[in-house]
Ligand binder design. Sequence first.
Ligand code: ASP
Length: 463
Amino acid sequence: MAGTRFEQWLPVYGALILVQVLGMPAIASGQSLLGDNLRPARCSAGEVFSLVLHGGTAHSPSTYIDGIAFIQRLLKEARPALKAGATSVDIVHRAIRAMEDSGLFNAGRGALANKAGVVELDASIMDGQRMNAGAVASVKRVKNPISAARLVMERSPQVMRIGPDAEAYVGSRGGDIVNPSYFRLSGLTFYDVPVPEDVKIIAPGPGVAPELAGYSGIWGGVLAGALPILLVVEEVEADRARVLFGHGFDPGADIRTGHSERYDARFEFGAMLIDVETPGKGQLKLRVRPGKAGDLDLVYSLANGHRLTTALRKFQEIPGHEKHGTVGAVALDRCGNLAAGTSTGGFGSKVPGRVGDSPIIGAGTYADNKTAAVSATGHGEYFMIHVIAHDIAARMEHGGKSLDEAAHAAIHDKLTSAGGRGGVIAVDAKGNVAMVFNTPGMVRGLVTHDRAPTSGVYKLNLR
Ligand code: ASP
C-alpha cells in the first residue's frame, strides 16, 4: 500500500501522539453520529481507505431525502476518523448503529413490523482480517442489533444467536434491551397497503376552518390488532375532503389482498365521514374525529352493524418498505483490513419468524481481506439461495475477476436470471468500490481517501 508508513507499536495513548506528530488528526470525539472512543488500529498503515454505506433498495421516484442526508453526514464524519486510523470493524459498526438509532431506515428504531405488528430484527458483521463473524436474528427487544452481532462475534464462540435467548445474552453482557414500543413502527404494518404513486397532499387554503384543516396529512393505524389501515387526507376544502383510504392484508380475516381507493369525505359537526366500498365486505362507514395527543379516533362500521375503533397516528410520509430500507456498510481501513455489516427489520409485513439474508454470513454480509467486503439489500430469499455476498468474493478468489466484474456478474447474471431483485455495496482490498443493483435505485453513498463524500439514490456523479 502506498503512503506514509508509521509503526503504531506504542500503547494507544502513545500511538495517538505519534499519529498527531505524523500529521494525522486524532479521531474525532464528542457529539457525533459515530460516537467517541474510536481507537486507531495498530499496523503499518497506508493511505488508502474506503467506506460505502447503503440504506436499502429504491423502487419509486422518491428522493429519500432524509436517508440520503443522514448517510452524507455519516460519510463526512467517517472520513477524518478513517484518516486518523479508525478500524474498518469500528466504522462499519458505528455507522450502522447510527443508522439504526436514526429511525430513518428499516433497521433498529425505524424497523418495519412483521404481519403481526411485531418488530423482529436481524443483523450481522464480519471482520475480514480475522475471518470472524457474528449475527443475531429474530430479536425483538435489542436496541442495536449490529452491536449485538459484534458482541456475538467478539465475545462468544458462536457465530449466530437468535430470538429471546440472544436477547438474554445481549442483556447479560451490558447490551441495551428496550421495550418493543421503542421501535417507531411497532404495531404497524403498511407494506401490503397498495398506495398509488400520485399521492399529493395539498395544504388547506385560508377558507378552511382550522379544526378541519387539522385532518390534512397521512394517518395510519391497525384495526382489531391485525388489519393495517392508512388514511391519506390529500385535500381539505371548506365542506369536503379528498381522501385515500387503504387497508392491508389481514391474515385472520377474509381480506386477502390490500386495497386502496379515493373517496369524497364530508364533515358533520367537526367529524369527517367517509363511505367506503370494500371488496367482499360491502359498504362500510368511517367516522373520524380528533383524538388524544394529535391522533385521530376512527370508528369503522361494518355493513352488519359491527363497529371497530382504532387511533390513527400521523406520519410525515407514507410508511412502508419502499422509502425505508435495510442498512449496510463496507469499509477498508488504513491497515488494509476489510469489514462488512448489515442490519434490517426484514420485509415489512413478513411472516413472523421469517429470517432473510441480512444476518446470514455469505448471503447478505461477507468480508475477507483476500478479496472483498460485501453488504446486500433486496429480496433476501434469493440472496440466501445464491449466496450472493460470498459469490462475489469467490469469483474474485477463484475466477480472478475484479471487484466490479464479480459484483456485476453476481447481480446482473446470477440474481437477475433467478428472478431476484436487489443489490450490493462492496469494497476490495485495494479500496476499489462497487455499488451494483437491478432495482431502479439504491440509497447509498461513499467516501474514500481521495473522494469526497458522495451520496444518491439513482445516478451518482463519481469522479
Ligand atoms: N434483504 C432484506 C431481507 O430480505 C430486506 C432488504 O434488504 O430490503 O430481509
